[in-house]
Each structure stands twice: as structure tokens, then as C-alpha cells.
Design a protein around this ligand. Structure first.
Ligand code: SF4
Ligand code: SF4
Length: 338
């Protein structure tokens, strides 16, 4: 069955958002003090919502895997959540989270419930950030997976395309709320040209960056000195892992009265692998540093079908040691080529 595609003017879409904000807990990106991030949207901040910018600061994993949650009790949502403005890199990251939390012979009920309670509207990126590299890994800068509705944009209108039956149902409702336009061949051509321009910009920005599979091969061959050298300014803050849309390690903390708290963890923290008796096989900082790269490019690909780096560039932006993952991979590629 062909999926529904409709066009509405930008003004009409604001009206739709206002209605959606009353019905769902609506999150959308806004810019506040120079940072673009998700906020709960209501009448007061609807006008601040930004469209088609590159990815927000926070990855959407935090909507499904809160930093800290009590897993001793069932979780019951108040309302359905609608996440608007999700970029392609974060949608792609949901694929590996789904594999981990839903498809490994054990279903994580907390993750499942939050996934089921969330409608996702993905948006095409019309611009790029300095460290965006999704297209270098074959991920297009527009939604292709894990979303209910895709929103593209022409110079005048918003193009909404349902990608799931849930998305179709919502678009059917939107049809009855505002006046709908036909999507023309010119609209499709405009969207395709924008997508191509953005993908080209990303690839041209990183001409020497090895692709995802080649990166794994390069990392496997890297000697111990390489890791010591690149980790020399790392301060083990863990920002690179906590901000990553595909990093999911957590601790289970015992509390009085047999309560269990699940808290997100990061492999870059000292003591990440410390166990009773004092053993800690990633005690050395350079070994923890290497572990993260190997996990992303070598070990996860052995176990999962989805990529463990979707090229969002957040770990590079977040690093207070100014460590640039892409520069490391590019230098490994150049050493191998010479
Ligand atoms: S490793 Fe870095 S660039 Fe890759 S998905 Fe994680 S935060 Fe983004
Ligand atoms: S963000 Fe940078 S300094 Fe912090 S743990 Fe990661 S690599 Fe080290």
C-alpha cells in the first residue's frame, strides 16, 4: 500500500504543532543560549522551534534510556511522547539500541515501553556541523529508518510522508485539521537536490576519512604506542561515551529495601571494569581509550547488524581534551597508505 504524503504550509504546520502539543508530550529542538536542544513544547515556546538544522546537542537515546531510573517498579507513562526534529544519525542509532535491548533473547521492558510510547518525526538536515560525518558511513542526512513520519521542506512548504501505520494514522488526522496541498514533482526534485547537496558537503568535508568497515581494520592493527599517544590529553571525563547515541553501558546499583537503580555508565571512567577483589583489566587510561574505539568499530560489528557509530560527531565536540576521533582514524589511514 502506498504510504500517505501530504504538504502543508509552514504556517499551517505551526497550527498542527500547537494541537499536537496539547495531545502529546511534544519535544522539539529549540535554540537556547546558542545551543540547539530538545525542549517540551507548549504555546509559549512554539515559535522557538527550529527546523532542519543538524543534530541537537542531546542524542535521543536519553528518551529511551534515562541517565538514572529505578527499575524496581513498573513504569507507566502519563501521555504519549512525540519527538519532532530527529536527525538521521540518531534514528540510525536506534537500530543498534533495538538490537541490544529488544532482540538479544531478552526484552528490556523499560526500553520497550518507552519505544512503544513514542512517535518519531524525523527531519532532513539542510545544513551540517563541522564534525558531522554520517554520509561518510553510508547514512544519508535524511530519515530512512526508525521513524513514523519524515518531514522534508521546500522553500515554502513542509512535506510529510508517513513511514509506518502509526504515522499514517497521524497524517490522516492532520489532513482533517488544516488545508492540505498536493505534493508536486517540483517539490520532490527540490527535496532530492537539497539531500544530495548536504550529503556531498559532508563527504567533501572529510575527504580522507576511512569508511566504517575500513576503520575497524585500521584500529585492529594499531600498536600500543598509538593509543598512548592519542590518549595523552584524555582526562577520563566520559563525555565522549555519555553523549554518544549508541553507547549504552549501565551500572545496576543496589539501594536499601532491595531497590535497583539503573544508571548510565561510561567505559572511559576510571574503575569502569573494577570488580570485587580489586581486579581492573582496563586500569590504564590508554587501554580504556582503546576499548572505546574497538567497541565501536571492531567488537560491536561482530555481534550486531547495525553500526555502532552513526557519524553524529558529538564525541568530538564534547571532548575537553580536544581529541578528534576522525583525525585519529584519518591519521591511521594515512600511515597505512604510506
Ligand atoms: S562515536 Fe562519536 S561520532 Fe560516532 S555515534 Fe558516537 S558520538 Fe557520534
Ligand atoms: S571526552 Fe575526551 S577527555 Fe573525556 S573521556 Fe572522552 S576522550 Fe577522554
Amino acid at each position: 500500500m502506498p504510504r500517505i504524503t501530504i504538504a502543508v504550509s509552514g504556517r499551517e504546520w505551526e497550527e498542527v504543532m500547537e494541537i499536537l502539543a496539547a495531545r502529546y508530550t511534544l519535544f522539539a529542538p529549540v535554540i537556547d543560549e546558542g545551543y540547539q536542544d530538545y525542549e517540551v513544547i507548549g504555546k509559549d515556546n512554539l515559535h522557538l522551534v527550529v527546523f532542519h538544522l543538524p543534530r541537537p546537542t542531546t542524542p535521543i537515546k536519553t528518551f529511551f534510556l534515562p541517565v538514572r531510573q529505578n527499575v524496581s517498579y513498573a513504569w507507566h507513562p502519563d501521555k504519549e511522547v512525540l519527538l519532532f526534529g530527529v536527525p538521521a544519525c540518531d534514528l540510525a542509532a536506534l537500530s543498534i539500541l533495538d538490537e541490544m535491548y529488544l532482540q538479544q533473547g531478552y526484552t528490556d521492558i523499560y526500553y520497550k515501553k518507552r519505544r512503544e510510547n513514542t512517535v518519531l518525526i524525523g527531519t532532513d538536515c539542510h545544513d551540517i556541523l563541522e564534525n558531522c560525518h554520517c554520509a561518510c558511513y553510508g547514512i544519508q542526512p535524511y530519515p530512512t529508518v526508525q521513524h513514523d513520519i519524515r518531514m522534508s521542506r521546500t522553500d515554502k512548504d513542509c512535506i510529510l510522508e508517513a513511514r509506518t501505520s502509526r504515522g499514517e494514522q497521524l497524517l490522516e488526522e492532520i489532513r482533517n485539521l488544516v488545508s492540505i496541498k498536493e505534493v508536486t514533482a517540483t517539490d520532490h526534485a527540490y527535496v532530492a537536490a537539497t539531500n544530495q547537496r548536504v550529503a556531498n558537503d559532508i563527504i567533501n568535508l572529510h575527504p580522507q576519512l576511512p569508511d566504517y568497515a575500513s576503520s575497524g581494520e585500521l584500529l585492529k592493527q594499531a600498536a600500543e604506542d598509538v593509543w598512548k599517544d592519542h590518549a595523552s590529553t584524555c582526562v577520563s571525563c566520559g563525555a565522549c561515551a555519555t553523549i554518544c547515541p549508541t553507547c549504552t553501558c549501565f551500572l545496576l546499583i543496589d539501594r536499601p529495601d532491595f531497590e535497583k537503580i539503573r544508571q548510565m555508565d561510561a567505559c572511559q571512567y576510571p574503575g569502569f571494569t573494577r570488580v570485587a577483589g580489586g581486579e581492573d583489566h582496563l586500569h590504564a587510561l590508554s587501554e580504556r581509550f582503546r576499548h572505546r574505539y574497538m567497541c565501536k568499530y571492531v567488537w560491536k560489528p561482530l555481534k550486531f547488524n547495525s553500526m555502532a557509530c552513526t557519524g553524529c560527531g558529538r564525541c568530538i565536540d564534547a571532548c575537553i581534551g580536544h581529541i578528534n576521533k576522525n583525525e585519529i582514524l584519518t591519521s591511521l589511514a594515512s600511515v597505512t597508505a604510506s
